[in-house]
Design a protein around this ligand. Structure first.
Ligand code: UGA
Length: 444
């Protein structure tokens, strides 16, 4: 006889929650996903993922069909159904400051906790400023009818967009923070992670604060690594060095490693930029602002890459964008995503447009999102259409389609064979041999 397994709820069905809910069902659990957004819930209930995430739709459909996965907008249903509740709501940057906006985390806890009238575990997964979980735990203790039989833990999520399913089923580590004296949190998390633990995936139990910090410090480290190599690109540009060869040589030292050492236009997206800003804001509140002041530089280096890319393109077309025709390849903040939040590509495209150029953008997946956010830009439905009559082409998101582009085919469409490779995605020798003026960041 199979042991009674915990039933799981996932509150918030954005990138993180929708992926988490589908993957938990895939691991064999009965899962109920909740969102206050009926459009999202209708879409997920009918097997459609409302964003681009390779492989997720199959996992979603399979588990809707086998009955392990359902969605609702009703907190009462969730409270009755589940023993373990995952909080996966967004924590965007506040409109009025760099701090994280905790509105959705607080709203989820305020809606759920008063309905918890039997033993349950609430596990936060959202990225939050250190100290948030302890406050949330106190709030739950106040509100939950079952009192101390409801416990809060925090288990940060490290999934990358584009690899969400893989990263959720096989994370490189599982971290769970619990309050001192906690009885249920670790056991609940061990149960829902049993298969991963059996595969040898490291399982770390910490206090709440450490768990919260693991997440933001991991993203801060990754952002720092990218900005480090981009700073070396800045130096290389004036010193006449080649940052690609430099990065390669550095990468053989396994204390440094080659991952996230890719120089180019820098980082964007819904996580790295806002997380380092919220981390600095929190350090400020805690009175340790100097400890993270280097992240201000990390952010500044990242922004300067965008300006540099624009300068290189402007230089190639004679010093002004006014009245010129520019093609931009890429709109998503990275390949294999339709996410345009803080997208370096769209930031560059809209700046060039505001400087007077006619800009046409193409992206394999993010066109609709881009058009909604930047209706002022021109859009094309293929790479070749985008580069028609272009006086300069900018490659700003390194989709495979662009990496594999044939310089001769593009040459037939453009007015001038000039390309700025903002992601160091192309082979300079190859493009130059086909008659292109090729420019990249950090290379001669
Ligand atoms: C990032 C982290 O990698 C995840 O571990 C984390 O869970 C997630 O944030 C989050 O906090 O939710 P993600 O935003 O999906 O994941 O994207 P990344 O793959 O980290 O890329 C971030 C940005 O860095 C992209 O704009 C990418 O183009 C840029 N990047 C990455 C570089 O410029 N150079 C590199 O070498 C690597």
């Amino acid at each position: 006889v199979a042991q009674q397994r915990s039933k799981i709820s996932v509150i918030g069905t954005g990138y993180l929650g929708a992926t988490h809910a589908a993957c938990m069902a895939e691991l064999g659990f009965e899962v109920l996903g909740l969102d206050v957004d009926t459009v999202k819930i209708d879409s997920l209930s009918s097997g459609r993922v409302p964003f681009y995430e390779p492989g997720l739709e199959e996992v979603l459909s399979r588990n809707l069909a086998n009955g392990r996965l359902r969605f609702t907008t009703d907190y009462r249903e969730v409270a009755e159904f589940a023993d373990v509740h995952f909080i996966c709501v967004g924590t965007p940057q506040r409109a009025d400051s760099n701090a994280a906006d905790l509105t959705y985390v607080n709203a989820a806890i305020d809606a759920l906790a008063p309905l918890l009238d039997r033993p349950a575990v609430v596990i936060g997964k959202s990225t939050v400023p250190v100290g948030t979980a302890a406050v949330a735990a106190a709030r739950i203790a106040d509100l939950a009818p079952a009192g101390a039989q409801v416990e809060l833990g925090w288990s940060p999520e490290f999934l990358r967009e584009g690899f969400g399913v893989e990263d959720t089923l096989r994370p490189n580590r599982i971290v769970i923070g619990a309050a001192p004296g906690s009885q249920r949190v670790e056991a609940a998390m061990r149960e829902v992670s049993r298969q991963q633990i059996e595969q040898g995936i490291p399982f770390l139990v910490t206090d709440l604060q450490t768990a919260e910090l693991v997440k933001v410090s991991a993203n801060a480290f990754l952002a720092t690594k990218i900005s480090f190599i981009n700073a070396m690109a800045e130096v290389s540009e004036v010193a006449g060095a080649d940052v690609i060869k430099l990065a390669k040589a550095l990468s053989y030292d396994d204390r440094i490693g080659g991952k996230f050492l890719g120089p180019g236009l820098g980082f964007g997206g819904g996580c790295l930029p806002k997380d380092i800003r919220a981390f600095m804001a929190r350090a400020d509140e805690l009175g340790v602002e100097p400890a993270l002041s280097f992240l201000r530089e990390v952010d500044a280096i990242n922004q300067r890459r965008r300006a540099r890319t624009i300068d290189i393109a402007r230089g190639l077309i004679g010093g002004s964008f006014a009245g010129r025709t520019v093609a931009v390849l890429g709109a998503a903040f990275k390949p294999n995503s339709d996410d345009i939040r803080d997208s370096p590509a769209l930031d560059v495209a809209s700046t060039i447009s505001s400087l007077g150029a006619a800009v046409t953008v193409y992206d394999p997946e993010a066109l609709e999102n881009a058009r909604r956010a930047h209706p002022d830009l021109g859009y094309a439905h293929s790479m070749l259409e985008a580069v028609r009559d272009a006086e300069v082409v900018l490659l700003l998101t390194e989709w495979a389609e662009f990496r594999d582009a044939d310089p001769d085919e593009l040459a037939k469409m453009v007015r001038e064979r000039k390309i700025v490779d903002g992601r160091n995605a192309l082979d300079p020798e190859h493009w130059r041999a086909r008659g292109w003026t090729y420019r990249a960041l950090g290379r001669p």
